[in-house]
Design a protein around this ligand. Structure first.
Ligand SMILES: NC(=O)c1ccc[n+]([C@@H]2O[C@H](COP(=O)([O-])OP(=O)(O)OC[C@H]3O[C@@H](n4cnc5c(N)ncnc54)[C@H](O)[C@@H]3O)[C@@H](O)[C@H]2O)c1
Length: 385
């Protein structure tokens, strides 16, 4: 069967540019039944030397150094935004207006205002869209969702999650510029809240429903850093650490922690859900495993089961190797590409859409407002309401 082409124009060839390109290149080999196949038409970045080398390395047919030129090309169907957060809004709105599908990296936007206008743009121009909250598509995490949806946990009481790193402890690190845009509030929007907690919040609402209100505390441990662009010592306006608790719409309590100051942790991302009948927990460092406790098990052998999610009847695993062999971080992106292509075929949404990711933005905004005002804050989230 001749495949339909989805001609990709990817903007930004850093970390995510690589993971997405790998996803586009792998998908046809491992998901051979899809009706669509991605074609790496063009990649864009500002430095010609860098983008040319990237195009050659990853097999893009062409390159651009101006993203506006890329989105206006007639041979591009879908624009993939892998730039720092301050570019998401402008590129997404322009790409939608040019009639392109838009795949945008997380967080959707820096602010609620930007996010709202991005949702309006994709709805106005009726273009397919998705946001790369890729952790949903690790098999063990997808299995957690299946278990939750089956009702096996019963009434949920607690949702606990954290995302811990340690890479910004050095007080001599600069802020801003190409390498340290995450430290610059103008480029990133916020610190760990938009960068790391956004992942935790997306997964939490996907698994456990809407978050109604939050009470948060944030801290910026190093108050001033030299800005790469101005060369001057400037106030640091991002949150280095953020802790919040919340009420979910289903009555359960949530506890979230994220920091870039947890010495020894590079990317510790975990969640745990405690229900009346059963509990689940997952840890990115052991991403192929899901731990499950079922209170209805025979009491003699009852305990936490460690499920190695690598069997053919577990999510996505029939596409890969033989049972027992693990997948990695990169596979979550291959799976998101596969799900996006399949959504084209079936004319469905590829979740999370901009609209869903905007709900995550609402929680991020409420968290930062709550921390600033030292008060509980309603999120205004409308998750499946
Ligand atoms: N899904 C995830 O788990 C995950 C992980 C990391 C980053 N991200 C998100 O992906 C996005 C990119 O992060 P990254 O780590 O790849 O950053 P990065 O710094 O590694 O790469 C950013 C790229 O964007 C390019 N760029 C910047 N401004 C540009 C412009 N005006 N025109 C064209 N190119 C431009 C840079 O040259 C660079 O190639 C961010 O929004 C980030 O939050 C998501």
């Amino acid at each position: 069967m001749k495949k339909k082409e989805l001609r990709i124009g990817l903007i930004g060839c850093g970390f995510m540019g690589r993971t997405h390109s790998n996803g586009y290149k792998r998908v046809a080999n491992f998901f051979p039944d899809l009706a669509y196949t991605p074609v790496l038409k063009a990649v864009c970045s500002r430095s010609e030397d860098k983008v040319k080398a990237f195009a050659e390395q990853w097999g893009y047919e062409s390159y651009e150094t101006d993203w506006k030129a890329l989105i206006n090309r007639e041979d591009i169907d879908a624009v993939d935004i892998c730039t720092p957060n301050n570019m998401h809004h402008e590129i997404a709105v322009a790409a939608a207006a040019a009639g392109k599908m838009v795949l945008c990296e997380k967080p959707l936007s820096r602010t609620l205002e930007e996010g709202k206008s991005m949702v309006e743009a994709v709805e106005k121009y009726n273009v397919k869209n998705t946001v790369w909250y890729n952790y949903r598509r690790l098999p063990a995490v997808t299995l957690a969702k299946k278990i939750v949806d089956s009702g096996k946990l019963g009434k949920v009481f607690h949702y606990r999650t954290n995302f811990l790193q340690d890479w910004t402890i050095n007080e001599n690190l600069p802020q801003g510029g190409r390498a340290f845009w995450r430290m610059d509030a103008e480029a990133a929007g916020s610190g760990v809240t938009g960068d790391l907690l956004a992942h935790c919040i997306d997964l939490a609402m996907w698994l456990n429903g809407g978050i109604d209100d939050v009470s948060a505390v944030t801290e910026t441990f190093v108050k001033q850093r030299v800005h790469e662009e101005s060369g001057k010592l400037e106030d640091v306006k991002i949150d280095d650490a953020c802790i919040f608790h919340c009420h979910f719409d289903n009555g359960s309590l949530g506890l979230f922690e994220s920091t870039r100051y947890a010495r020894g942790h590079k990317a510790m991302f975990t969640f745990e859900i405690n229900g009346e009948k059963a509990s689940l927990r997952w840890d990115l460092h052991d991403m192929n495993r899901l731990e499950y406790f079922d209170n209805s098990d025979d009491s003699q052998v009852r305990g936490w089961r460690s499920i190695h999610v690598t069997d053919g009847d577990q999510p996505y695993m029939d596409k890969w190797w033989v049972p027992g062999l693990s997948l990695g971080y990169e596979h979550s992106f291959v799976h998101q590409v596969a799900d996006f292509l399949s959504s084209l075929e079936n004319n469905t949404d590829c979740s999370p859409t901009f609209k869903e990711a905007y709900e995550t933005q609402k929680v991020c905004e409420a968290v930062l407002t709550s921390a600033a005002n030292k008060k509980w804050e309603d999120t205004g989230v409308e998750w499946n309401k």
